[in-house]
Design a protein around this ligand. Structure first.
Ligand code: BGC
Length: 746
């Protein structure tokens, strides 16, 4: 499968080369450290920064105090920082930079890309569902579990830094990286990212892995991503695009954050003063900022803005360039010291100095735990969008089931199979047709589960619509698998399904009144056939355990707990970025696409609320096999706008099956705040048996990073709570309020 990303092969080769070099070296203590011998205090002589009794900052300072300028500068470049025994590095342009050997006792560090699973692992690793699936679980326990499992995959396959998770705000559903991100809401995305970071960094005490949260900031489109400027007001930056990062930072401490390719208001992200003023200053980020590949455009402006490390080989952050900037008085020694300190401190704090990776790789890192995490995410992230006439769950009355569609089967048809939708496309040299070798195909799982009910299953790959129609006609129930591929490097151009999927579904639905559609897509799609089918499941890209998870859901052995983390619009024309000026932007005389974020705060569900546009399916939406009722809402506290507000209510399972539900709390601020619609300010997941009820209390912290009852006031550059009436609503999605109560604040 071709993928329009220039240079992707080359970059991936280099990553692999880096891994190979590092693995050859393999251990924390380089030859110099070993020669130095062990000190009497338990750490190698001459390496006081290896004293684990000291805190990370003290250790980093000890190391830097023993370093020459060029040794400090090594930390400012990924390759030089991470390969302590290597002294010369050649960039893509062919320039070779040499450094002195690093001080002793510094670790080999290997970065791996991984939003969804450890990329280029060189070992058989578990392929988890894509990140949008993780967002759809609304479960921070699962996000932690995924981080923990993935860290194990990383460490054991010779990687101790994960470049992920990713955050964005879903400004356009066409963004090719939507499946790699955690949905359109700052609170949901920020909370999921934090839990995953905590799992990555703290989940395996003896196998530490550091996380690099990315891509800061407003990295909302792949179209022209290297030459576009996201132009927005300060209020929009603060309230929308900085918010998920700020929330993630309030709940976790990623070692690094990656700045993005795009410009924000005319300055490239990696040399934008907001790195220092907003991210490190206001948000209090303690780690280091590293660049995306080739996202650096300067030496002094980048250092001044707060970029600490250049990714890959030195181009702008070579010792010669930095020395020239120092000589010209464009940067100061204290900036260089700070950049080096941030990198070293993060590596030490994340445990990378104290836990060398093994140089012997296992053939697989898959464990029962990692596979069960992959299955759980696929199961809990799948969203039931439609279920009329109790088409689902399937069971004895379903009769013969015709499974239709290429992605149901592990056997490729025209190059497409269950592996294709295992996870998102990525320009890492990964071939989606073969890189999910352990995939459990839905067809196999459905066939064996159906047999338990005495049902038979037929299969048609759907490539010939007439043949699919015949298969659908001769069965009582039709289950059609449809897909749309996307990933890094390109945006989608429409909301249509790939592989003639819309036509296939229409034809099958016309032939069989009991048609259920399983969508495997990374983002929203239009559903022109929605009225003609009985059931629709959004399964996203469900990873290697997809078959097991889907069979359980379809046959009702498990309930659907997934809820949409993005709005599904009825059409592209309904979306907030429908003009060319807004997306993909208008090219200026310098070849930069100027992208007007003129919709301001009206992003995601807030746009639909504010504009009174009914989406196809709202944010937060998802059906279940049981029904819930909500009662007894009470809002207490917070009248002064400063202390906690407690919102309590009771949820009852009125149905006949056990289920897990996620009540969502939204708040509408008074009109003086000038906020569009309402915002998610809390949610909680509870499991209830039939007839069981439970009181839920959601605490809203007015002073928390989410700023739930404030707006960003640009005249004072601070968050302000407007005096007035605040309406709290408990809902099953962003557009369905079940309970509501208004309170006066201040
Ligand atoms: C992506 C980053 C990724 C890097 C390394 C870039 O193209 O934007 O997310 O971490 O490549 O693979």
């Amino acid at each position: 499968m071709s993928f329009p990303y220039p240079g992707s092969r080359r970059r991936s080769t280099l990553l692999i080369a880096l891994a190979a070099t590092s693995l050859a070296v393999g251990v924390v203590d380089g030859p110099a450290a070993q020669a130095a011998g062990r000190g009497t205090s338990g750490y190698p002589a001459g390496c006081p920064w290896m004293d684990t009794h000291l805190d990370a900052s003290t250790r980093a300072n000890l190391l830097l105090a023993a370093s020459s300028l060029d040794q400090k500068l090594r930390w400012l470049d990924e390759k030089a920082a991470n390969s302590p025994d290597q002294t010369s590095f050649t960039s893509f342009s062919g320039t070779t930079t040499t450094y002195p050997a690093q001080v002793p006792c510094t670790p080999t560090v290997v970065y791996a890309d991984s939003a969804d699973f450890v990329r280029n692992a060189g070992t058989d690793v578990t392929v988890y569902p894509s990140q949008v699936d993780l967002a759809a679980t609304w479960s921070s326990q699962l996000a932690y579990a995924k981080g923990k499992a993935e860290a194990n995959d990383a460490f054991e396959s010779g990687h101790n830094v994960i470049l992920g998770p990713d955050l964005e705000n879903g400004r356009t559903v066409l963004d090719g990286r939507t499946p790699e991100d955690l949905g359109e809401d700052s609170l949901l995305g920020g909370t999921q990212a934090a839990a995953q970071i905590n799992g990555l960094q703290n989940g395996n005490a003896d196998e530490p892995v550091m996380a690099v949260l990315k891509h800061y900031v407003a990295n909302e489109q792949e179209a022209n991503r290297n030459n576009m400027s996201a132009n927005m007001t300060t209020r929009t930056l603060e309230e929308v695009y900085n918010q998920p990062f700020n929330i993630a930072l309030s709940q976790s401490s990623p070692g690094g954050i990656m700045c993005s390719y795009n410009q924000i208001n005319g300055a490239y992200a990696c040399e934008n003063p907001i790195l220092d003023s907003v991210l490190k200053g206001q948000d209090g980020f303690q780690g280091y900022v590293t660049s995306d590949f080739f996202a650096v455009h300067s030496t002094a402006p980048s250092l001044n803005a707060g970029l600490d490390q250049e990714l890959n080989n030195p181009i702008y952050y070579t010792p010669a360039n930095i020395q020239a900037a120092l000589d010209a008085g464009q940067v100061t020694m204290s900036q260089i010291n700070e950049a080096a300190f941030r990198v070293v401190r993060s590596y030490i704090a994340s445990g990378l100095f104290d836990h060398p990776m093994s140089s012997t790789l296992p053939t697989t890192t898959q464990t029962a735990y990692s596979e069960s995490v992959a299955e759980q995410v696929a199961q809990n992230g799948s969203v039931l969008l439609k279920n009329s006439g109790q088409a689902l769950p399937l069971g004895k009355s379903s009769g013969t089931i015709a499974v239709i569609g290429q992605t149901a089967s592990a056997t490729p048809t025209g190059g497409v199979s269950a592996q294709t939708v295992c996870t998102q496309l990525a320009p890492d040299g990964m071939d989606n047709a073969t890189d999910c070798p352990d995939v459990v195909a839905p067809l196999d799982s459905i066939t064996s589960r159906a047999a338990q009910d005495g049902l038979s299953v037929t299969y048609d790959n759907g490539s010939d619509i007439a043949s699919a129609v015949a298969a659908a006609k001769s069965a009582k129930t039709a289950v059609v698998f449809a897909y749309a591929e996307e990933g890094e490097g390109a945006d989608r151009t429409s909301l249509s399904l790939d592989g003639n999927g819309d036509a296939l579904i229409e034809a099958v639905a016309a032939a069989n009144p009991n048609t259920v559609v399983i969508l495997e897509t990374g983002s929203a799609v239009a559903m022109p056939w929605l009225g003609q089918v009985k059931g629709v499941v959004e399964a996203w890209y469900p990873g290697e355990q997809q078959g097991t998870a889907l069979a359980k859901l379809l046959f009702g052995d498990a309930d659907f707990t997934g809820r949409l983390p993005i709005t599904f619009p009825a059409s592209l024309a309904d979306t907030p970025t429908d003009t060319t000026a807004q997306y993909p932007g208008i090219e200026d005389a310098n070849g930069i696409y100027q992208v007007s974020y003129s919709e301001g705060l009206e992003v995601g569900y807030k746009w639909y609320e504010a504009q009174g546009i009914k989406p196809l399916f709202p944010f937060g939406y998802g059906l279940s096999y049981t029904d819930y009722s909500y009662s007894g809402m009470k809002v207490t506290g917070g009248g002064n706008g400063k202390s906690d507000i407690k919102v309590s209510f009771t949820v009852r399972n009125d149905g006949t099956k056990t289920g897990t539900v996620t009540p969502q709390l939204y708040v509408t601020q008074p009109s003086a705040a000038d906020e569009p619609g309402h915002a998610l300010v809390g949610y909680q997941q509870i499991t209830l048996k039939p007839g069981q009820s439970q009181k839920v209390t959601i605490t809203v912290d007015p002073n928390g990073a989410a700023h739930p009852i404030s707006y960003y006031d640009t005249s004072t550059n601070s968050w302000v709570t407007a005096p007035g009436t605040y309406t709290f609503q408990v809902g099953s999605d962003s557009q369905t309020a079940k309970l509501s109560q208004s309170v006066r604040i201040r």
